[in-house]
Design a binder for this molecule. Sequence first.
Ligand code: ZN
Length: 199
Amino acid sequence: MGFKRIFGELVKGFSRFPGVGRRSAERMVFYLLKMKPEEVKQFAENVQEIHNHIKPCKLCNNFSTKDICSICQDPKREQDTICIVEEPKDIMAIEKTSHYRGLYYVLLGSISPLEGLGPENLDIGKLINRLQKGDIKEVVIATDPDTEGELTVQYLIENISKYKVKIYRIGIGIPLGTQIEYIDSATLGQALLERKVIT
Ligand SMILES: [Zn+2]
């Protein structure tokens, strides 16, 4: 492959990342060319590593290198509280606030009629299993404060209110139509502290 072709392929690759346009992608490739060989080697290994060894946690769907993620394995977390989020990146945002010490459950999606995504787009099987066991006392719903998040909340309430759990929802002070991952830590932390009882 000639330089132009390799360069073009890499630019195409980087352009596929969210928020990266063609110009930025070109700058990234030029930067790669300036990096030290060992740095590039480490970077390439990390890219492969994240793809080969990161898998969904068998209990909560969070990203993990093991079958069970580090949060689910942590005995210091409150074992009877579960916070439900749409995506693993939402866990990272909530962890940054340091205002939540329970466990998590990742739905791996939301309900979005506009995109033709119904409840089958959510993975709630493992959640229901855990609620059936009866160890969970409190559920904190932290879906995005937008239309999809709202529909997802309704669906969750319909499906989990029959179990003996207290259901809370975060949301106070969170601007509507936004996404958990983009809310600043202070606001998100406050929303977690001021969670509201639903049932
Ligand atoms: Zn887990």
